[in-house]
Design a protein around this ligand. Structure first.
Ligand SMILES: [Zn+2]
Length: 138
C-alpha cells in the first residue's frame, strides 16, 4: 500500500493541503476584452457574472521558461519557497494585479499557476518530482 498520498500541486499530504476535492478549475483563456471586435454580427455586451474575478491571470505556460531558468541558475533545484521568491522577482513586471489575488483556497494565483506549470514540466520530463517541497530539474 502506498504511504499517504501527496498533492501534485503543493506537495503536502492530501489530507493537509488546500486543493483536495473537487479539483481546482483550469486557468482562464485569453480574455474577450482584448480581442478585436468583429464587424457584422452585433456584440451583445453582458454584464460580468456575479463572481467578478478579473480575467487577467498569467497562464501556467508563461511560467515554464522562467521556472526552468531560475532552477538552472540555482544549480538544478530549489526549496519551493526560495523558488517562489526568485520567480516572483524575475517575473515582477509581468505579473498582473489579478495574479496577486488569491484563489478561493487562499493561495496566490500566480503561485497556483506556477505549480501547474511545474506539473506540466514534470509531465514533459523537464523536471522531476523529487522530495516534497523541492523543485528539481529533470
Ligand atoms: Zn495541494
Amino acid at each position: 500500500m502506498s504511504a499517504e498520498d501527496y498533492c501534485d500541486l503543493c506537495d503536502l499530504p492530501k489530507s493537509q493541503c488546500i486543493h483536495g476535492n473537487p479539483p481546482a478549475p483550469p486557468p482562464p483563456r485569453a480574455t474577450a476584452r482584448t480581442a478585436t471586435p468583429r464587424a457584422g454580427r452585433p456584440v451583445v455586451k453582458k454584464a460580468a457574472p456575479s463572481r467578478s474575478v478579473p480575467r487577467k491571470w498569467t497562464p501556467p505556460e508563461a511560467f515554464r521558461p522562467d521556472i526552468v531558468a531560475v532552477l538552472e541558475e540555482a544549480g538544478g533545484q530549489l526549496e519551493q519557497e526560495e523558488l517562489f521568491r526568485a520567480l516572483e522577482d524575475r517575473m515582477a513586471e509581468r505579473l498582473t494585479e489579478a495574479d496577486h489575488q488569491t484563489t478561493p483556497e487562499g493561495e496566490l494565483r500566480w503561485r497556483y499557476a506556477a505549480r501547474r506549470a511545474r506539473q506540466a514540466l514534470i509531465a514533459d520530463g523537464e523536471m522531476t518530482k523529487g522530495r516534497p517541497g523541492v523543485w528539481s530539474l529533470g
